[in-house]
Every structure is written in structure tokens, then in C-alpha cells.
Design a protein around this ligand. Structure first.
Ligand code: NZQ
Ligand code: ZN
Length: 390
């Protein structure tokens, strides 16, 4: 196992009605609040009104930044940072999914940074200090509610890049599974695929001794496999929504990644699809992942794929060829994504072959896929993986 520092200081308030803690959490920090949210789902499902009820005019001053885009744009970060300065903001309150939270993280750090916040994506060391951030999570997917990452999009340059830093970790996050009842089937499936991918990206690593991390990852993967279909069939099923929500946080708060090294392959490739075609992150991952798995399956990796097939999918390997077992496991994942209603080809999400080569080269340029991935990839490899998604 590699050496690591595990630091997950976010105070989590999990469960029905936990929004009641909001008044205390915010008042311990300050009175001037920047409320950040997305396209309006929080107005439809009542969370917006609840925030105002808990943070009344008499005690708090709320400035709003509405309209954060899925795949949040750097311009929205700039707008948010300007609002913080104009209104002497003490605390940023993000109410939404990963996009709203990621955007809020960058706003919070941009407040203390004199240059342009896009610089954060070029050099993480620029993320030194940030306003305190509190989140109310409304969908299970990214883990942003409990980690230091932020993924930002620059539509002018067709770049979607990540940044992060300890200063960006939310101080507190409120996770009420009932808030995810209104998440669409599409986003529920995408979020579940994203959680699965976060676990797989670290599970398939060159480190073979981080066993406890892998057993935890398998447990969370099995939880998602069990509950994603239930949440899709019964959106108001609390058991399903609560298990998915906590899986989201545990899959990317550093717990299963600690002590493992390596560049995340499918995320590096997916970010190019989102950058050029603005597709839903988790859907892109679902399409890419089984094709990536088949591409990297070889004599060195087959043992790990057998372990995955056996432990996650319960596939019996007795007397069977290892490659056959590995492929059964990969097929099981593919079939699960299909059963969740995910379109499993790129044309179905509006992507043709025109930019495949360009995106393959950019995936290499924007990451260390070529050197430190589980199986290092060239632009030709990425191109082949993407062409297999047609
Ligand atoms: O914008 P609103 O109106 O809120 O609607 C959103 C949005 O349209 C909707 N939604 C969220 N909660 C809802 C709801 N609709 C009804 N009821 C609710 N309770 O869902 C749509 C998608 O929201 P978004 O925040 O974009 O989804 P997600 O949480 O999947 O975040 C995706 C972004 O996070 C990045 C992705 O790349 C993408 O930009 N990631 C962030 C990571 C991190 N910070 O650690 C890691 C991930 O790998 C990922 O890259
Ligand atoms: Zn992801």
C-alpha cells in the first residue's frame, strides 16, 4: 500500500429532516450568505422555500446565484466571485448536485485569488484559501459534498478540467435522501453509474496490496447494483435513496482511493466528451467503462478482473478460463447499465465520429493517462476505445 493522508473533515448531517441543522451551521459562520443553485429544481421540490424559512431575513442576508449549469461554466464562477465581493459574503451555501457544489467550491476559492479562477485548473497550488462552504446535496453522484475536487468547463476552449484543494472541502453537508426523490430516472441512472465509476477507477490500480480499500469498494458497488434499480422503479423508496446517497459520499471521499495510485482512465476520457458535447457525466462514463475494461484486459490484468467478477457479480470461476470469467464480469456491468435505461452508444447521446481523434489526443494532453494509468494509454488506444462505443 502507498503512504497516504486521509482527511475528510466535512461534518455530515444525514437523514430525513436534517435540514433543520442549517440555521445553526450557518449562524456559527456568518450572516451574509451566497446561495448557489442550478436550473430551478430546488424551487419545484420545495428545498428553496425551506432554506429561506431556516435563514430568515431578520437574521441573515441572502444573495443568490442561480442557474449553475450541469458541467458548470467558468463564467458562472467569475459571476459568483464578484457577488461575494459586492455583498461581503461570509459563507457560500450550495444547494444542488455536483455541478452546483463544484461551482461553489471554485467561487469560494476565487474570492481570495486575484487572478482568473480558470488558473485553478492549470495549477492546483493556487487554491490556497476559500470562503467556508456548506452544501445541501440534492442528488447522489459525485461525492463533491465530501471531497476537495471541483470540475469546471470552459466552453470557449472546449476544456473540462478538474482542480481542487483542501481549502475547498465543504465544512458541512446536509444529506437528506428525501431530497433526491425528484431526481429524474436519467439522472438517477447517471449518478449511480458515476458512483460505480469512482469505485472502479481506484479498484483497478497497480497497487495490489490495498485489500481493505477493495473490499469496501466491492461492498459499495454491490449496494449501488442493488439499489439503483429500486430507486428507478420507486423514486420515493427511502431505503434505496439513502443507500445511494451515502454510497455517493463514501465512493469519493478518499476512503477507497487511499493508498492506491494511478490516473483515472474513464474520467479522463469522459471529460473530453462532456467538454465537446456537453453530455451528462455519468452517462458518458457508463458508455466508456465496459469498452475500456475490454481494452485493458490482458495477461497482467486478468486476475483483477476475475476478482471483480467473482466478488461484485458473484460469478463462479470454478473450472472456467480466466478471460471468460473476466468478460462475464464486464458483460454484467454493461447489462446493468442497460437495465438502468442508459443508452450505451455514443451516437445515442449525439456524438458522431468527427471529433473522436481530436478528443483522444486531448484526453492524453489533459491527463497523465499515457504514463500513470492502470494500463497506460496512447491517443490510439483512446481512439479505439471510443470507436468501440459506436
Ligand atoms: O440544475 P437543477 O435544476 O438543480 O437540476 C439538476 C441538473 O439538471 C438536476 N437535479 C439535481 N438534484 C435534483 C435534480 N432534479 C430534480 N430533483 C433533484 N433533487 O440534475 C441535473 C444534474 O445535476 P448535476 O449537479 O450536474 O449532477 P451531478 O451531481 O452528477 O454533477 C455532475 C458534475 O460533477 C462533476 C461532473 O464532471 C459534472 O460536471 N464531477 C465532480 C466530481 C467531484 N467534485 O468530485 C467528481 C465527478 O467525477 C465529476 O467529474
Ligand atoms: Zn465522476
Amino acid at each position: 500500500m502507498e503512504n497516504f493522508n486521509f482527511y475528510a473533515p466535512t461534518s455530515i448531517h444525514f437523514g430525513k429532516g436534517e435540514i433543520k441543522e442549517l440555521t445553526k451551521i450557518i449562524s456559527e459562520i456568518g450572516k451574509n450568505v451566497l446561495l448557489v443553485y442550478g436550473g430551478g429544481s430546488i424551487k419545484v421540490n420545495g428545498i428553496y422555500d425551506e432554506v429561506y424559512r431556516l435563514l430568515p431575513d431578520s437574521d441573515f442576508t441572502i444573495t443568490e446565484l442561480a442557474g449553475v449549469e450541469p458541467n458548470p461554466r467558468i463564467d458562472t464562477v467569475r459571476k459568483g466571485a464578484a457577488l461575494c465581493h459586492e455583498n461581503n459574503i461570509d459563507v457560500v451555501l450550495a444547494v444542488g448536485g455536483g455541478s452546483t457544489i463544484d461551482c461553489s467550491k471554485a467561487i469560494a476559492a476565487a474570492y481570495y485569488y486575484e487572478g482568473d479562477p480558470w488558473d485553478f485548473t492549470q495549477d492546483r497550488s493556487l487554491v490556497q484559501k476559500a470562503l467556508p462552504l456548506v452544501t445541501v446535496l440534492t442528488m447522489a453522484a459525485t461525492g463533491s459534498e465530501m471531497n476537495m475536487g471541483s470540475v469546471l468547463t470552459n466552453p470557449e476552449t472546449n476544456e473540462k478540467l478538474s482542480t481542487g484543494g483542501v481549502a475547498m472541502i465543504p465544512r458541512a453537508s446536509i444529506l437528506d435522501p428525501e431530497y433526491t426523490y425528484t431526481v429524474s430516472k436519467w439522472q438517477t441512472a447517471a449518478g449511480s453509474a458515476d458512483i460505480t465509476s469512482h469505485l472502479l477507477e481506484s479498484y483497478f490500480s497497480q497497487n495490489t496490496e490495498a485489500v481493505v480499500q477493495d473490499r469496501m469498494a466491492e461492498g459499495i458497488m454491490k449496494t449501488v447494483i442493488k439499489y439503483a434499480p429500486i430507486a428507478l422503479a420507486e423514486p420515493n423508496n427511502y431505503e434505496a435513496r439513502s443507500n445511494l446517497m451515502w454510497s455517493s459520499s463514501l465512493a469519493l471521499n478518499g476512503l477507497t482511493r487511499a493508498g492506491k495510485k494511478g490516473t483515472w482512465s474513464c474520467h479522463a476520457i469522459e471529460h473530453e466528451l462532456s467538454a465537446y458535447y456537453d453530455i451528462t457525466h455519468g452517462i458518458g462514463l457508463a458508455i466508456i467503462t465496459p469498452r475500456w475494461m475490454l481494452h485493458v484486459l490482458n495477461d497482467q490484468t486478468v486476475t483483477k478482473f476475475v476478482e471483480y467478477a467473482e466478488n461484485v457479480w458473484g460469478i463462479d470461476s470454478n473450472g472456467k478460463d480466466a478471460f471468460d470469467v473476466a468478460k462475464e464480469g464486464i458483460q454484467a456491468l454493461y447489462d446493468a447499465f442497460v437495465s438502468w435505461g442508459i443508452p450505451m452508444t455514443l451516437p445515442e447521446v449525439g456524438i458522431d465520429k468527427e471529433k473522436i481523434r481530436l478528443m483522444s489526443e486531448k484526453a492524453i494532453e489533459h491527463s497523465t493517462l499515457a504514463t500513470t494509468a492502470y494500463v497506460p494509454l496512447t491517443a490510439d488506444d483512446v481512439e479505439e476505445i471510443l470507436l468501440n462505443c459506436f
